[in-house]
Write a protein that binds this ligand. Structure first.
Ligand code: ARG
Length: 471
């Protein structure tokens, strides 16, 4: 080859173009300001691609070696934050390729053989997202470890469980925390599922119709850690459902985090007084000196809106797009990056908040004494003594009404008052009203009895240990 490649610029599109891109259009369409985050995976993808080209003698071993060395240097520049990203070069791919040609000269122009930015960006996003999911799973594991780690110390913290935010039945705080753990574990599972489904390499799909070059698609797939190459070139460059699925899973995670956060906000009010958040995760008021506000939990709650907004952006982006690649799809990146950043930070903030939270066993116990959380025990006691449950429910309801009128608790009603309501009552009822007794009688698998909670703590520790996480 005796001619040199033209320098890459707005005219990189070659001979067809005479005029430069309009300056507003250039600013409007550049993506390197955000897709530079793909720099490391873009370089890795290119190294795998060119090594494969050499193995198939599509480029010479010599040129491939020069390209690999050049790309490795660029990879290091990117890692050190020293790469200069030029918006005039549009996106991360053109920036890396242009930098390569600037460093190594003519051989750089051979890297893009048998490839398009369409299969390149689809590959980059899969690589980036798979790694990001691993990072989020590690953070989920850390939060799980914090929750499971606190549970043994909270088995004897008895509090009301709520339905409709009304006191319902007695509960162990450890059981409540392990409910959070179940929610988060499913979130983790959804992310892992998404990562498994996206684990296919688009390289070789080229722009949309594959390529005439005899590429070894299995080789690049394997080199990049994918399970296999994608099976349809149009689909591989034309869909982003793997991002919809991932950000859906992140949105559900964020919604779970918002529910946990909301409980911490509620519990830290004067009205509940169940928890005091640590100073490290609360702020004061600029005007009210007494305030200790649960701002971090509130922000976890609030930022959930952003994540769901990211999902809606992506859904709208993809709706009704014809196959295959469309430039619209360049807009997939900001919402994906934002969803990961937001959920990752929220997970860390909640882990720190829960780790340092002081739970007030006394306040929780006091909350059990009002609100008739023992009413179900009365009804169950009657049913146990031969009264049909519907009748037992009705009788108990009338007793609760009497208590409300007389300002009493059920336990404060004398036996005669109970007998007036139903002759089956005897004084063994009173023992059944104790919250701990009520909890211990709920000993089915999945229930709050001490033995069941202890078993779950052990099971959780085992599950986390199998993933190398200590709780
Ligand atoms: N920056 C583009 C994106 O993220 C890369 C693919 C561009 N392909 C094209 N045919 N213009 O979608």
């Amino acid at each position: 080859m005796n001619h040199t490649s033209p320098p890459m610029s707005e005219k990189a599109w070659g001979g067809r173009f005479e005029e430069e891109l309009d300056s507003v259009a250039a600013r409007y369409s550049e993506s390197v300001s955000f897709d530079q985050r793909l720099g490391a995976v873009d370089v890795r993808g290119s190294i795998a691609h060119v090594k494969m080209l050499a193995s198939r003698s599509i480029v010479s071993a010599e040129d491939a070696a020069a390209i690999v060395a050049g790309l490795e240097t660029i990879g290091e520049e990117i890692a050190r934050g020293e790469m200069t990203w030029d918006p005039a070069l549009e996106d991360v791919h053109m920036n890396v390729e242009s930098r390569l040609s600037a460093r190594i000269g003519a051989p750089g122009g051979r890297l893009h053989t048998g490839r398009s930015r369409n299969d390149q960006v689809a590959t980059d996003m899969r690589l980036w997202t798979k790694e990001a999911i691993q990072g989020t799973c590690a953070r989920l594991d850390r939060l799980l470890a914090v929750i499971v780690g606190r549970a043994p110390g909270l088995v004897d913290h008895l509090l009301p469980g709520y339905t409709h935010l009304q006191r319902a039945q007695p509960m162990r705080l450890a059981h409540h925390l392990l409910a959070w753990a179940e929610m988060l574990e499913r979130d983790r599972g959804r992310l892992v599922d998404a990562a498994t489904r996206m684990d296919e390499c688009p390289l070789g799909s080229a722009a949309l119709a594959g390529t005439t070059f005899d590429l070894d698609r299995a080789m690049t797939a394997e080199a990049l850690g994918f399970a296999r190459p994608t099976a349809n070139s149009l689909d591989a460059v034309g869909d982003r459902d793997f991002l919809l699925e991932t950000v859906s899973a992140l949105s559900i995670t964020a919604i779970h985090l918002s529910r946990i956060a909301e409980e911490l906000v509620l519990w830290s009010t004067q009205e509940f007084g169940f928890v005091e958040m640590s100073d490290a995760f609360t702020t004061g008021s600029s005007i009210m000196p007494q305030k200790k506000n649960p701002d971090m939990a509130e922000l976890v709650r609030g930022k959930t809106g952003r994540v769901v907004g990211d999902l809606v952006s992506l859904m709208m982006l993809m709706k009704a797009l014809p196959l295959a690649y469309n430039r619209d799809m360049q807009e997939d990146k900001p919402p994906v990056f934002d969803a990961f950043d937001t959920v990752d930070d929220s997970l860390d903030v909640l882990a720190g908040s829960i780790e340092g939270a002081r739970f007030d066993a006394k306040r929780m116990r006091e909350a059990l004494s009002r609100g008739f959380v023992d009413a179900t025990e009365v009804a169950d006691w009657l049913a146990d003594h031969g009264v049909p449950f519907r009748e037992a429910h009705h009788v108990t309801g009338a007793l609760v009404k009497r208590c409300v009128d007389e300002g009493k608790t059920l336990a404060e009603l004398p036996l005669e008052a109970l007998r007036e309501a139903h002759p089956a009552f005897d004084d063994t009822l009173y023992a059944a009203l104790d919250p701990e007794t009520a909890i211990e009688r709920r000993a089915l698998f999945g229930g709050p009895a001490r033995a069941r909670v202890d078993e779950q703590i052990t099971a959780w520790r085992g599950r986390l240990a199998a993933r190398g996480v200590e709780a």
